[in-house]
Design a protein around this ligand. Structure first.
Ligand code: ATP
Ligand code: MG
Length: 605
């Protein structure tokens, strides 16, 4: 059977089990509902954000929309709806409870640019504001035609205000008018979104709970946080909502846990089958099911991430290896990760065809990673036994953690788990810090990039990545000189090994053109041009001719990086200091990426 047929067969099967609504149905309903309210459906973006060095994975539906939340016009209009695949590594420690996953699907609707709000300013955009947003949420949740959830079991929370930002009474009044009695007023930590960095758009949110489980969150972006820490009304107000597919399907089917609904239920069943008993600790089977589903989706994305010791590859490795570790705990003796991947692909490729398309790659990577891990694990555990950890100083512990990581393939958290298993007391923060220092020394990571990013999935900017990033600027400028001013960056992806640039150009480049661009870039490198940066307003940046793709996402103030007089781009950095550090630039491949877009892969030698 093909994937989609299987999916159909599977759907009819689960109806026999009295499912009220499946994930596919809720997705369709959500889209249909918001389309009936004038929204346009947009596709799920990749799990791997392009052109955003600040995050490793797409964590919410709003993520790929940041430029549009900041003012850029979205080609599909001001009212949007979609289903977005998300990865939240920050929730990894919560996986095992009833509601947290590292991979989940988020339904979202957006109103870009509120035409008017009670706080004053008018705008010409066609979005909507709190009243419409809350009323639509309520209608979708409770109306007979849509989810028909029991109104009595719905409660909401609202931002209670703090110095400088008022309580969100406007939302509270709207909920009251709909008959909601249980309203909790919560602090900024729970009910206020953003800004994404230190400054920028942000605002209160109102969360919806069913039977105590948070299922939906409506965010109202209405403030701009300024550098002096104060808040001013935002020029373009937006509504941004997020609703978890898994949690919503669970409550619709009267299930307590997202692991009791499809497709996770079948994945958990498979784990039990592999270990030959249904008496598997919940935590273990849930971690295995969740992590391997997440890993399958990362591998199945079109971006070709593979398990490694850096960046996204490291997150992927952690997920797979943690699942294997839990597999061992519950006595799954044979290689099994690819079996779970196969099932995930079978169950989910109907909605995510990229999984079926990349199936061979996913399976191959799973098998290889499990083999690699198997080889190092035994050796590592043996070595673990030999070390008198309780006699080691904190700095020695940091070094040991790194040793186990780099030579024996132990993710840091596994190091901690092994210590825990042996009842050895340890200082997690202190060891993490020591580990990070070692990591930087060994991988030549730039310190600034590492700080603060560790928890969410390790540093993004090794020295080599930084060099390749600067080389990308040179390449883009070179392409514009050789091919013409129609060339703009359409996408960029950098690993420790190579850069990849997608750019607007419709014909295959000739070997002469490729050579010309290479020579031009290498000429600049030889000149030892200085890389300098300065901050300015977006207006000023445009005036001096700085290039930028998602320029508006950086806010009103932007950073402009110049490489001599050769390249000038709006960019978040980081970059090397001068071009002589780059060595020799070489284009490996020039190929089609999509209609009107070409792709170059290049390296520094
Ligand atoms: P929680 O407080 O439960 O972690 P959150 O406040 O982090 O949730 P939001 O960032 O508001 O959640 O995300 C919007 C919706 O996405 C949530 O209401 C929930 O339905 C869903 N969601 C968030 N995180 C997860 C997760 N780790 N696993 C599954 N669904 C999630
Ligand atoms: Mg959360």
């Amino acid at each position: 059977m093909r994937g989609t047929e299987k999916n159909q067969a599977f759907k009819s099967l689960i109806f026999c089990y009295n499912y009220i609504m499946t994930s596919s149905e809720i997705r369709q309903k959500f889209i249909k509902f918001f389309e009936s309210k004038g929204h346009r459906a947009i596709p799920s973006a990749s799990l791997i954000p392009e052109n955003d060095p600040t995050v490793l994975f797409t964590t919410a539906g709003m993520h790929p929309l940041v430029p549009y939340l900041l003012g850029e016009k979205h080609p599909a209009g001001d009212k949007l709806v979609n289903v977005q695949k998300c990865i939240r590594t920050s929730d990894i420690d919560d996986v095992g409870d009833d509601v947290h996953l590292t991979f989940f699907e988020m339904l979202g609707n957006w109103g870009l640019g509120s035409p008017a709000s009670t706080r004053g300013d008018e705008s010409t955009r066609g979005g909507y504001w709190k009243k419409e947003a809350i009323e639509m949420s309520w209608e979708f949740l409770t109306s007979k035609e849509w989810l028909e959830l029991d109104k009595k079991k719905i409660s909401v929370s609202i931002f209670k205000g703090e110095e400088g930002i008022p309580r969100d009474d406007e939302s509270a009044e709207i909920w009251k008018s709909l008959g909601i009695k249980e309203i909790k007023f919560l602090s900024k930590k729970e009910n206020f979104w953003g800004p994404a960095g230190q400054i920028g758009p942000c605002g209160p949110c109102t969360e919806m709970f069913y039977d105590g489980i948070e299922i939906w969150n409506d965010v109202f972006m209405e403030y701009n946080k300024k550098e002096d820490g104060t808040y001013e009304p935002l020029k373009q107000k937006n509504v941004d909502t997020g609703m978890g597919v898994e949690r919503t399907v669970a409550v619709l089917n009267n299930k307590k846990s997202v692991f009791d609904i499809e497709p996770l239920k079948s994945i958990v069943d498979k784990v039990r089958m592999l270990c030959g008993t249904s008496h598997v600790p919940h935590k273990a089977e849930r971690i295995i099911a969740d992590h391997l589903r997440a890993a399958t989706f990362i591998l199945g994305d079109e971006k070709g991430i593979v398990p490694s010791n850096v960046e996204r590859g490291y997150v992927l490795r952690r997920l797979i290896r943690r699942a294997i570790r839990y597999g061992k705990k519950i006595h799954i003796e044979k290689p099994f990760t690819h079996e779970i991947s196969k099932l995930v692909i079978e169950l989910m490729s109907g909605d995510y065809p990229e999984l079926e398309k990349n199936k061979d790659f996913v399976i191959e990577q799973m098998v290889q990673e499990e083999e690699r891990f198997g080889k190092t694990l035994e050796k590592g555990l043996k070595e673990f036994e030999k070390i008198p950890f309780d006699k080691k100083s904190l700095s020695e512990m940091g070094k040991l953690a790194f040793y186990f990581f780099s030579t024996l393939g132990f993710p840091l958290e596994m190091f901690f788990e092994e210590l825990k298993n042996r009842n050895i007391k340890y200082d997690e923060k202190g060891i993490s810090k020591g580990f990070q220092n070692e990591f930087e020394v060994h991988q030549e990571l730039s310190r600034t990039a590492t700080v603060g990013k560790f928890k969410s999935g390790l540093a993004d900017h090794s020295k080599q990545v930084t060099k390749l990033h600067t080389a990308t600027h040179l390449l883009l400028a070179g392409l514009r000189q050789v091919l013409g001013e129609h060339v703009f960056q359409k996408g960029s992806n950098i690993t420790a090994e190579r850069l990849r640039l997608d750019f607007s150009h419709s014909e295959k480049m000739t070997p002469e053109q490729i050579k010309k661009v290479e020579d031009l870039v290498n000429k600049q490198i030889k000149k030892d041009l200085l890389v300098s940066s300065s901050e300015m307003s977006l207006e000023e940046a445009k005036k001096i001719g700085a290039m930028g793709v998602f320029e508006s996402k950086y806010g009103d103030r932007v950073k402009v990086y110049s490489v001599g007089n050769f390249s000038c781009e709006i960019c978040g950095g980081p970059h090397i200091k001068s071009t002589k550090e780059l060595g020799h630039f070489k284009i490996l491949k020039e190929e089609a990426s999509s209609a009107g877009v070409r792709r170059i892969k290049a390296v520094l030698e």
